[in-house]
Design a protein around this ligand. Structure first.
Ligand SMILES: Cc1cc2nc3c(=O)[nH]c(=O)nc-3n(C[C@H](O)[C@H](O)[C@H](O)COP(=O)(O)OP(=O)(O)OC[C@H]3O[C@@H](n4cnc5c(N)ncnc54)[C@H](O)[C@@H]3O)c2cc1C
Length: 357
């Protein structure tokens, strides 16, 4: 939908084909909504640049969505502490902070529990050390989906729900889609944004080498009844963040179990236990909800962005894995440029689907 809005704002006529009853039934509305470049990226290169560029876009992107649609993405620049409960983890975080400081990240040096307690009261006794990223933050992923649906309406994007694409012809000329119910659709360009299901669609078009595997993540929502997680707390076994509504989201699992987008007994209890270890007071707090989503993961873990083939009219905007919310603004922007400029922008070179062919 970020791609659709960026294209429509530039004057394109766009149709979003969504097989669900409404948009946001995939990973996007399941996400914790962290914009956590600091915790997620620990090596230099194009992925770091992409994350950094997207996070820089987020404030104006959210502001524009609010102005255009009235929907607030609830962007909060809370900061994030990456904490650990082991000596080995503390050494690793110390190395990470040093490396990141030398690569332009705003990150503190290693803090001890008393320094951490000033920022986050209530951390568990197992927490030994941590590093602080003041610029990381989060958005409310449901609100982001709502805002994008509304922005699509404002910009004249046709969202066609209960419309499943069953096959695509991608090799030459104008892209042509087969839809469930013996219907077809075509257009000057096709952008495949089918999340964890993108590989299946591409496989049907002969692009079997571009696998996109689902990696399940489970979230537990807890209602502690008071503000208690002032910033994102990212531990060895899970993370915590508190939304404006007061709900604390605890995440998550990384499970390769195929297409099973539901929370499980073992998953939920493991996430809840990790949450209570990070902040013991949560152990007695009210359980509110649990859900799961499937993160789209390419074989090398990096997004697939840009033309399927040089000069072609089929583009990919998928496989964002753990960072699709963070990367939404830049994805919309770069894919829209790729369509309008006729070639993929250089920022997309490292993410070209061709690298895995
Ligand atoms: C538990 C969890 C926590 C996460 N936390 C974060 C986070 O904190 N920060 C962050 O940046 N990212 C996070 N992510 C990752 C992020 O959610 C994903 O990278 C992102 O949402 C992927 O978006 P997408 O639009 O590509 O896929 P999806 O949101 O899965 O959307 C794909 C859509 O395609 C539709 N579709 C599929 N096949 C077809 C077809 N054949 N025809 C028509 N429609 C089809 C589906 O119905 C679905 O609506 C998290 C993910 C999970 C699961």
């Amino acid at each position: 939908m970020a791609v659709a809005v960026s294209l429509a704002r530039r004057g394109a006529q766009v149709r979003v084909l969504e097989r669900g009853l409404h948009c946001g039934q995939g990973a996007s509305a399941a996400a914790a909504g962290m914009l956590a470049e600091g915790a997620e990226v620990t090596e230099a290169g194009p992925f770091l640049e992409l994350c950094r560029a997207s996070r820089a876009l987020w404030p104006s992107w959210a502001e524009e969505l609010l102005l255009t649609t009235g929907v607030d993405c609830e962007l909060e620049r809370t900061g994030l502490v990456r904490v650990t409960s082991s000596e080995e983890g503390a050494l690793r975080l110390e190395r990470q902070a040093k490396w990141q400081q030398s690569h332009g990240f705003e990150v503190s040096s290693l803090w001890d529990p008393s320094q951490l307690a000033k920022l986050v009261p209530g951390l568990g006794p197992s927490v030994l050390a941590g590093i602080h990223y003041p610029n990381d933050g989060h958005v409310h992923s449901h609100r982001v989906v709502d805002a994008l649906v509304a922005a699509c309406e404002v910009h004249g994007v046709a969202i066609e729900t209960e419309t499943e694409v069953t096959a695509l012809e991608s090799r030459a000329g104008r892209p042509r889609l087969t839809l469930a119910g013996d219907r077809v659709a075509d257009g000057d360009y096709l952008v495949v944004c089918a999340g964890s299901w993108s590989g299946r669609l591409l496989g049907a078009a002969g692009g079997a080498e571009l696998q996109v595997e689902p990696v399940r993540g489970q979230i537990v929502a807890i209602d502690p009844g008071r503000p208690m997680v002032p910033l994102i707390v990212f531990g060895d076994r899970g993370y915590l963040l508190q939304k404006r509504s007061g709900l604390v989201l605890a995440g998550t699992t990384e499970e390769r179990v195929g297409y099973q987008p539901w929370p499980t007994v073992v998953g939920v209890s493991g996430v809840a236990a990790a949450a209570a270890e990070l902040m013991p007071e949560l152990a007695g707090a009210r359980f509110a909800d649990a859900w799961a989503g499937l993160r789209p993961h390419a074989t090398d873990g990096r997004p697939l962005l840009g033309r399927l083939e040089p000069g072609g009219r089929v583009l990919l905007a998928t496989a964002h894995y753990r960072n699709g919310v963070l990367l939404a603004p830049i994805t919309g922007e770069l894919i829209a440029r790729a369509v309008f400029e006729g070639v993929d922008p250089k920022e997309l070179a490292a993410f070209s689907p061709g690298r895995l062919a």
